[in-house]
Structures are given as C-alpha cells and as structure tokens.
Ligand binder design. Structure first.
Ligand SMILES: *Cc1c(COP(=O)(O)O)cnc(C)c1O
Length: 363
C-alpha cells in the first residue's frame, strides 16, 4: 500500500527533537501564549519575509479573523473561488459577508483574474485568492485589480507554505496572508494550528487582540474577539518543522518533476515559469477519474479528490442561487481531478510504480 501522505515517516525523521521539546514544555508547564509561540511567530514571519506573524488555532480561524480585522460585515461581498476547501468560503459567511464566486483558470486551477472585474459591485470589499495545491495564484494581476477598485486582498496560503510567485514567497502580496498547520499541510502541527501574516502594524495589533478575547491588556476588552491561539506544544513542534520546510518542499518538487517526466503529458499538473510550486498536492486531471481512482485503489495506491463538489454547489451555499453550469471550468475540473501520493519521503521506485499504473490505465 502506498499512502497519499506519510506522517509516520516524517515523525521518525525528527522524533528525538520533538520528544525533547515536548518534555521541556511539560516540565515548564507554560502552555498558552508563551515563549515558543512568540518565537515561532517571529521565525515564520522572517521565513516569509513579512513583518508580523500572529498565530491562531487553525487556518480557518486565520481566514475568519483576517476578514474580521479588515471590517468585513453584513452584506459585504467577498470574491473567491468555488474549488477550494469549504473554510475559505465559511470565513466570509461567518462574518455575515456574501461569497461571490469567480471561475478558475483551467491552466492553474486558481482564480482567473480576467473574470474578476465583471463580478465587482459597489458592495465588493475583498478578494481571497487561494494558492490551490501549492500553486500560487496570479498575484500581479490580482493586486492590480484590487488597487484599482480599492479592495482588500487576503491570501489563502493554507496549501502553499514556501511557494513563491516571481521570487517572492506567498503571504505578503495582499493585506493579510493566512496559513494552516493542519497535520497534512507542508508544515503541519500535531493537532490544529494556523497563522496570519501582515506587513501592517495596525492590522497586526488588531489581529493579536481578536485572537485573544479582544484584549491587548489583561482584563481590558477593547473589542469583541474570540479565543483562538496556538498552544506552546504545537508552536515548539512547528519551530522544529520550519527548519525542514525548504528541504521537504525541495523533495516534493523533485518528486513532482519525476511524475511530470513519467506521466503521459495529458495528465501533467500546471507549473508556470515564474512560480515555485509547493506541491502540497500532486493533482492530475483525468476524464475517467472515478474509474482510475478505483483501479489505483485495487493496486494499493491511495488517492484523494480535492474537491469533488465545488462550494457553490454545496447545500450550505444553495441560498446564494448558483446553479450547475454557472461556473463551468471549476465544475469540469471537479469531475476530473485526482491527487496522487505526494510527500517528501516518497521513493523514486514508488513514483515509477504509480506513474506506470496511471499510464497503463490511460493506454
Ligand atoms: C486546510 C485549508 C484551510 C483550513 O485550515 P484548517 O487549519 O484546517 O482550519 C483553508 N483553506 C484551504 C485552501 C485549506 O487547504
């Protein structure tokens, strides 16, 4: 059996270091908003080349609080894509905003900048590009449109830690960048975790209050916030993993190149010239996707579908009134995408075997 991701192997590689820091935190018994969290916020922001990092409980809370800090409220429209994890869109509705979906560029699976302006109204406040699978969205064009129409940009970087667009790491192009440390992500905690990054000191202050009951000073609550923090054990684990992120991403890129070489051209995944893909997922397209998935499963290859139902066709968002056919490109790829095993410890033999099976099935 070849699993889609191998967290046990990752743990074996760093086991002693992890055990040591967990032991240390248990002995110190400082568990919330301590040294480890503060250090990790700084180290993660430095890694990205961004001024401020504010850690939270999840990527979902990062997106939710980012929109809250930017003042998204009742009836405000926020533009995003339908082919994403549900929480990108929930962040908008949890702030009582209205999600507005823009179709994707079939070459990158990311938001198609050419289709954004026709969806802008006088209620539009922000755009959330999603760097899907680790492939950066077209940030130049998106920022240009946002500036022209005075819109905020919140990057959903949950799948793209370490990815670059034109030599610059994603997260710092817009007003706030949001990361997830869900265990399977390129840098994952041993539980939930997330981070918001920004270059704006006022925004950083506000985010810091929002994640801690709206408080900047103990027993004083200036605004209404929530409890969403990254605990010390997770922060310490993430500090260790951050030191491996570039190396592991490089291994992902090498595995992706091997797949690209071996697989029939029709199934290859997008990778533009001026981007550095983080390859959170290696997701191919196939017209007989469901049959291919069953075939691979019978051969002992685990695969997943990201995502089988676009958000605009989910029951929870039926109130928005989108119908089948309203976002044709996103709908089409949802029927064709299949994520193959991808993690830094996949061997070339395994890649060879998976690619052969996919090619045989297609032949
Ligand atoms: C994982 C993910 C999130 C949410 O992160 P959590 O930490 O699981 O809350 C948001 N957006 C995308 C695109 C994701 O992949």
């Amino acid at each position: 059996m070849i699993p889609i991701i191998d967290l046990q192997e990752e743990y074996r590689q760093i086991k002693l270091k992890i055990q040591l820091v967990i032991e240390k935190i248990l002995e110190n018994s400082s568990f919330i908003l301590g040294q480890e969290c503060e250090k990790f916020e700084k180290e993660f922001a430095d890694y990205l080349g961004i001024r401020y990092g504010i850690a939270v409980n999840s990527g979902s809370d990062a997106l939710f609080l980012a929109l809250r800090a930017l003042g998204i409220k009742n009836g405000d429209e926020v533009i995003t894509v339908p082919n994403t994890f549900i929480s990108t869109v929930d962040a908008i509705s949890r702030n009582n905003g209205t999600p507005v979906f823009v179709d994707i560029d079939p070459n990158s699976y990311c938001i198609n900048p050419k289709l954004i302006e026709e969806k802008i109204t006088n209620k539009t406040r922000a755009i959330i590009p999603v760097h899907l699978y680790g492939h950066p969205a077209e940030m130049d064009e998106i920022i240009k449109i946002a500036k022209k129409h005075k819109l905020f940009v919140v990057e959903d970087c949950a799948q793209a830690a370490g990815a670059e667009f034109k030599g610059k790491k994603v997260g710092g192009f817009g007003d706030i960048g949001c990361f997830s440390f869900y265990p399977t992500k390129n840098i994952g905690a041993y539980g939930d975790g997330g981070m918001m990054v920004t270059n704006n000191s006022n925004t950083a202050k506000l985010l810091r209050m929002l994640r801690n009951y709206g408080s900047a000073k103990k027993y004083h609550y200036q605004i209404i916030g929530i409890n969403s923090r990254l605990d010390e054990i997770q922060a310490a684990i993430l500090r260790i993993k951050l030191r491996y992120l570039d190396e592991w991403n490089l291994q992902r890129q090498e595995i992706a190149s091997a797949y690209n070489k071996l697989l029939n051209k029709t199934t290859n995944v997008p990778n533009g010239n001026y981007i550095k893909h983080a390859y959170y997922l290696y997701t191919i397209k196939h017209k007989d996707r469901d049959k291919l998935q069953k075939y691979l499963q019978n051969e002992g290859i685990e695969t997943m579908i990201h995502y089988p139902i676009p958000v605009h066709l989910q029951e929870s968002y039926s109130y928005l009134g989108y119908r089948r056919g309203s976002l044709p490109r996103a709908e089409k790829v949802s029927k064709q995408v299949l994520s193959l095993p991808m993690h830094p410890f996949l061997t070339s033999k395994e890649v060879q075997r998976i690619a052969n099976l996919v090619n045989n099935f297609s032949a």
